[in-house]
Design a protein. Structure first.
Length: 255
């Protein structure tokens, strides 16, 4: 890890419930870090919103943790709440359909898989918690992109570098916009071999108490196991599971 980053993180760990404020002199005494170095790092952390300066007097300047950390902490808290609300429903869905069930959220300009329940099928797809994907490939990523505010959606698409994972991956803006409109109209996203060949994936939105889409509940498997009759069953059960998770998060439908 970059040395400056390591030192900056070390400074943040000095703060605690018992020590909410720290002066430059105290940082020097606790770490032995040269004051010039510490001051430069403190200034950078303050500029980024990770610290805030409190000037009690001309000679008494102290630092407190900034609101940026609260903002990041809330994001982590929201993901934890979502995972906790979703996990039992994901296990129940996996038991019913015996296919991989995963949960993804939008982070920055990518989708990240934050939870997964594995099937016991002999042939199954490799996915992992923490995997990131661009928002143009796969049912979960596309669904998350489809339900973003239009201005944010356009910003992300304008910066996309399309990559062809398979011959079925969407690789241009016009087709992607058409796909996003279809997703919004039908209420779910479908992927036919976009990330991996010969696979099928479906994802439904998970909404919080305000109605905002905060996650995508997805099911994925080899296309040979998704016949027309089974497709309908999986869609119905996945939709019900997504609705149940949304209700646990406080969503009661649109007024």
């Amino acid at each position: 890890m970059n040395q400056s980053v390591t030192k900056a993180l070390k400074l943040l760990t000095l703060f605690s419930e018992k020590r909410p404020e720290i002066s430059l002199q105290e940082i020097y005494e606790m770490t032995g870090m040269p004051k010039a170095t510490a001051y430069r790092l403190l200034a950078s952390l303050e500029e980024g919103g990770f610290l805030r300066k409190i000037k009690k007097s001309e000679h008494d300047i102290r630092y407190r943790l900034g609101l940026k950390l609260l903002e990041l902490g809330n994001l982590v808290s929201e993901d934890l709440e979502l995972r906790q609300a979703a996990f039992d429903h994901m296990k129940a869905l996996c038991k019913e359909i015996n296919e991989v069930v995963h949960l993804s959220v939008c982070e920055g300009e990518e989708a990240i898989y934050i939870e997964k329940v594995e099937s016991n099928q002999a042939i199954r797809l490799y996915t992992r918690v923490g995997k990131r994907m661009p928002l143009f490939a796969g049912s979960g990523p596309k669904l998350l992109l489809a339900f973003l505010p239009k201005t944010r959606q356009k910003e992300i698409i304008s910066r996309m570098k399309f990559e062809e994972f398979t011959p079925y991956t969407i690789t241009n803006e016009k087709k992607l916009y058409q796909e996003l409109e279809t997703i919004r109209q039908q209420g779910f996203a479908e992927s036919l071999g976009e990330q991996d060949p010969d696979t099928v994936g479906f994802s439904f939105p998970i909404r919080d108490f305000s109605g905002e889409v905060v996650g995508a509940l997805g099911v994925t498997g080899p296309s040979m196991r998704f016949s027309d009759g089974r497709r309908s069953e999986i869609l119905e059960k996945t939709q019900k599971a997504a609705q149940a998770i949304s209700e646990d998060l406080g969503f009661r439908g649109f007024l």
